[in-house]
Design a protein around this ligand. Structure first.
Ligand SMILES: [Zn+2]
Length: 238
């Protein structure tokens, strides 16, 4: 299978929370999209790896994703090791994505920033001809970083207003995380996850407002943007 767009993240539900609306929007445009979860999320406070796998399949369906898999990296121990990079490179060679979305390279959670490095270096390795790895060498044309979890200024924002409700459904498909039983909620430990879904919705509103729409998802690219027609540029200045 050849993908147009592949989103890579550390845990199942990271993609839904950070760039789910964008993935759905691109699927609606006819692009073939995919999600690669590096871990199965087995170290999460709530839900087992099996439950989260079922939830991930449901969420992928809601986002119109054609391909989703787990790389099998241990949760809470995502490292840009040679072994993991080679496994990721093999997936990149198999799927040949044109564009890859990675997490931003600075984060509170070590799995998130390590996922960024592992993702970038895996994409780089996939293009090396001499690599002792099956498949044709392939490197994505474009790498975008999702900045939704961090407060850095994004390069651009994707309007996800029409996709917002479906994105919400995809996030809530992770029932073990965001709709826990009351008994599980009565933990004495403060869980950031109890506020995460709400916070991500507020962020979508915040970034939407920054471009003059209702809901948006932020991204950063290291390269400069090239513009062909400055008369047709989006986002009002005054
Ligand atoms: Zn995560």
């Amino acid at each position: 299978m050849k993908l147009d767009l592949l989103a890579v993240a550390a845990h199942p539900d990271d993609v839904e929370l950070t760039c789910g609306g964008t993935l759905l929007k691109m699927a609606q445009r006819g692009y073939k999209t995919g999600i690669l979860d590096l871990t199965a999320g087995e170290m999460g406070t709530r839900g087992t790896a099996e439950t989260r796998a079922k939830e991930a399949t449901k969420a992928a369906k809601l986002l119109g994703v054609k391909w989703r898999d787990t790389l099998g990296v241990p949760d809470s121990d995502v490292q840009p090791s040679r072994q993991h990079k080679l496994r990721l490179a093999a997936v990149i060679r198999e799927l040949k994505p044109k564009t890859v979305i990675l997490p931003y390279w600075e984060a509170r959670h070590p799995d998130h920033y390590n996922a960024s490095t592992l993702g970038y270096e895996g994409c780089f390795l996939a293009g090396l001809k001499q690599l002792p790895l099956e498949g044709e060498p392939h490197r994505p044309f474009k790498i975008l970083y999702s900045t939704a979890y961090v407060s850095v200024r994004p390069t651009f924002v994707v309007d996800i207003t029409p996709q917002y409700e479906q994105r919400r459904r995809a996030i809530l498909a992770f029932g073990s995380q965001f709709r826990p039983k009351n008994s599980e909620r009565e933990s004495r430990v403060f869980l950031a996850i109890d506020r995460l879904e709400e916070e991500m919705n507020q962020l979508a509103r915040h970034y939407g407002q920054m471009i003059g729409v209702k809901y948006g998802e932020p991204f950063l690219q290291k390269e400069l943007m090239q513009v062909e027609d400055i008369v047709k540029m989006d986002v009002r200045s005054i």
